[in-house]
Design a protein around this ligand. Structure first.
Ligand code: XUL
Ligand code: CO
Length: 433
């Protein structure tokens, strides 16, 4: 036991508490036939909570955690503190990158040894414990070797290094019985077109992904492979721009039935979309997987990774998730970090508790929207004309421009516009949030 969280007792659901407690997140409450914990499937992100030093583009470390440093002893202390927080929060899942959990070695072999030792350390802690692994992933963006990309690096040796890294991370995810494996390509893009061959980089990334899928099947990993779209930052432009772009890419490499989406609120905003848009698009394309839950600062234009606290926005997000059928292997990963002035251990706990409560309220609002049924019914009615046999036939290929021209010529009145009733629908949403 470390003393990092000393004085903080396990968090409980207590709606009347005036102290630190869950006031809305009640894991055992049944909503829409399922325990709230099983709907939300919360995960703590190891990197933001335990590895991030509190820097910003103008300032360095503010967090001075006792486990910061590049040794195995410190990596084990970090793991001890992390699992203590998982227990305090009673959280069902966590997520990691290889680089957050192990010290970087002087060679690939040394880094791998460190990594595997920590994975076994995690395994021992997870044995009989509540917290499971939602997903593992490889950090192929922080180290300078990845500055020109991982799978899209012009240097085949970096491509090979990246393949070895993904192999190790998939092996470890499989060993810890992870529910998913995530790929986020922060440097799979470019800084300047003047030194970039886009055709080659896309091909290389496509082949890399195919090899990851081949390996998944070879080792019998049953979890989902997820891609996390983001349009830019750290690179000027990234190939995994948004859900629709990634879908086109997957189609081109025959992977659309193999890979799903891990959708992040902040990334959706950077792509010029809303979170709901990205979730709805993934639902429409049948590739919804999981979410990285956070909140962007709408003014500053960076991926600020605030904790999600805006209930009306969260209700719309969970409405889309419920419409997609809810999570199967996926979950709600708190891909969020403290503000750099929030120095105290209790701030880490408060952030997760406050966001869990906001998310629980969002979920409950979404459930009410689903159960009320008017939103869904409105959309169904709006497209009901397509159910008529003569219209359904058009989409089955049983029509042509000439046939439709004939139909229109034979009619004596124009189609009459029908109200989209946006304000009614927005007011309806407000009944539930
Ligand atoms: C970066 C980001 C990553 C991924 C995992 O914006 O969201 O932390 O979630 O690599
Ligand atoms: Co993320």
């Amino acid at each position: 036991m470390t003393d990092f969280f000393k004085g903080i007792t396990p968090l409980r659901y207590d709606p009347s508490s005036t102290d630190l407690a869950f006031r809305h997140y009640n894991p055992d409450e049944i909503v829409m036939g399922k325990r709230m914990e099983e709907h939300l499937r919360f995960a703590v992100a190891y990197w933001h909570s335990f590895a991030w030093p509190g820097g910003d583009p103008f300032g360095g470390e503010t967090f001075e955690r006792p486990w910061f440093g590049n040794t195995m002893d410190l990596a084990r202390m970090k793991a001890d503190v992390a699992f203590e927080m998982f227990d305090l929060l009673n959280v069902p899942f966590f997520c990691w990158h290889d680089a957050d959990i192990r010290p970087e070695g002087d060679s690939f072999a040394e880094s791998l040894r460190n990594f595997e030792e920590i994975i076994d350390y995690f395994g021992a802690k997870m044995d009989g414990a509540k917290t499971k692994l939602l997903w593992g992933t490889a950090n192929m963006f922080s180290h300078r070797r990845f500055m020109s990309g991982a799978a899209t690096n012009p240097d085949p040796d970096v491509f090979a290094w990246s393949a070895a890294t993904v192999k190790a991370c998939m092996d470890a995810t499989h060993k810890l019985d992870g529910q998913n494996y995530v790929l986020w390509g922060g440097r799979e893009g470019y800084e300047t077109l003047l030194n970039t061959d886009m055709k080659r980089e896309r091909q290389n990334a496509g082949r890399f992904l195919q090899m990851a899928v081949e390996y998944k099947h070879k080792i019998g990993f049953k979890g989902a492979i997820l891609i996390e779209p983001k349009p830019q930052e750290p690179s000027k432009h990234q190939y995994d721009f948004d859900v629709a772009t990634v879908y086109g890419f997957l189609k081109a490499y025959g992977l659309e039935n193999e890979i799903k989406m891990n959708i992040e609120q902040g990334h959706a905003i950077l792509a010029g979309h809303s979170f709901e848009h990205e979730l709805h698009m993934a639902r429409a394309l049948g590739i919804f997987g999981s979410v990285d839950m956070n909140r962007n600062d709408y003014q500053c234009g960076w991926d600020t990774d605030h904790f999600g606290m805006n209930v009306p926005e969260l209700a719309l997000a969970y409405y889309e998730i419920l419409m997609a059928g809810g999570f199967t292997t996926g979950g709600t990963n708190f891909d969020a970090k403290l503000r750099r002035q929030s120095l105290d251990p209790v701030d880490l706990i408060q952030a997760h508790v406050g966001s869990a409560d906001a998310l629980a309220r969002g979920l409950k609002g979404a459930v009410e929207m689903m159960e009320d049924g008017r939103l869904k019914g409105f959309v169904e009615d709006r497209y009901a004309g397509w159910k008529k046999p003569e219209n359904a036939e058009i989409l089955k290929g049983g029509s042509s421009l000439e046939a439709l021209a004939e139909r229109v010529h034979g009619e004596d009145s124009d189609p009459q516009p029908v109200s989209g009733r946006q304000e009614y629908l927005e007011s309806l949403v407000n009944l539930f949030v």
